[in-house]
Design a protein around this ligand. Structure first.
Ligand SMILES: CC(=O)[C@@H](O)[C@H](O)COP(=O)(O)O
Ligand SMILES: NCC(=O)COP(=O)(O)O
Length: 238
């Protein structure tokens, strides 16, 4: 059964909008954990637009489930990760102007740098995942640079304008999973997944962990975080 990692970034987005102390993503993470989340994900962006260093520090001390820290492969972020030692680091590309992550890492173009960053994180006991598009060249390169796991970027599947386009993206995801499993990497998936589009991805059967944030927090605003997490957890269970 796949694990559900709940991303609480957008609880912090609401807090930062008012510059106050609430809502606290640490509290949200505790509630998500009580509702059955198998892990918590936060993206510590270089611009600190939502999650703050303090959030990651307290989560590291309080969570009982694994903490997955999403971050850019910069010196500053690597130093933070090596100090705090989350269970997993997912390396993601970052653009200052983007509203959210727009695509996967270009592992092919940045292989030497990524190889060094991955080795440093692994030497500190951290499992490493690379957030990449379902592209076979990127998957093969991800294996070459020594990552433990990949997280397949599901954004294009989620944004597909027609059912035909969606099925074409799903086929790419399936092929990517097959390739990653063939070489022995772990396979997670995330970005843009919601209560309507997740079933087809779960049905592929072999994804180990789904990291889902925006749709769960959006639903939580209306029905409460406990119910929102429980509903997604039962969908991820297939
Ligand atoms: C890497 C990914 O797919 C998402 O976790 C995304 O990076 C979250 O960041 P935002 O919460 O800023 O959209
Ligand atoms: N890595 C994906 C993630 O953590 C959550 O993405 P989203 O569900 O907020 O789009």
């Amino acid at each position: 059964m796949a694990r559900l990692g709940v991303n609480v970034d957008h609880v912090a987005t609401i807090r930062q909008a008012r510059g106050t102390k609430e809502p606290d993503p640490v509290t949200a993470a505790a509630l998500a954990e009580l509702a059955g989340a198998d892990g918590i994900t936060v993206h510590l962006r270089e611009d600190r637009r939502h999650i703050q260093d303090r959030d990651v520090e307290i989560l590291r001390q309080t969570l009982q489930v694994p903490l997955n820290l999403e971050m850019a492969a910069t010196d500053e972020m690597v130093a933070i990760a090596c100090r705090l030692r989350p269970d997993c680091v997912t390396l993601v590309p970052e653009k200052r102007q983007e509203l959210t992550t727009e695509g996967g890492l270009d592992v092919v173009s940045h292989s030497q740098h990524l190889k060094e960053v991955i080795a440093r994180l692994q030497q500190n006991g951290i499992v490493v995942s690379l957030f990449i598009d379902p592209d076979l060249k990127q998957i093969d390169q991800a294996f070459q640079v020594g990552t433990d796991t990949i997280e397949i970027h599901t954004g294009l599947y989620c944004d597909a304008p027609t059912r035909g386009a969606q099925l074409a993206e799903l086929a790419k995801i399936e092929q990517a999973i097959h390739e990653a499993k063939h070489v022995g990497m772990g396979v997670n998936a995330g970005h843009g997944l919601n209560y309507r589009n997740i079933q087809d991805v779960v049905a592929l059967g072999v994804i180990e962990e789904f990291n889902i944030g925006h749709s769960i927090i959006s639903r939580a605003v209306l029905v409460g975080l406990d119910q929102a997490v429980r509903e997604m957890k039962s969908l991820v269970a297939g």
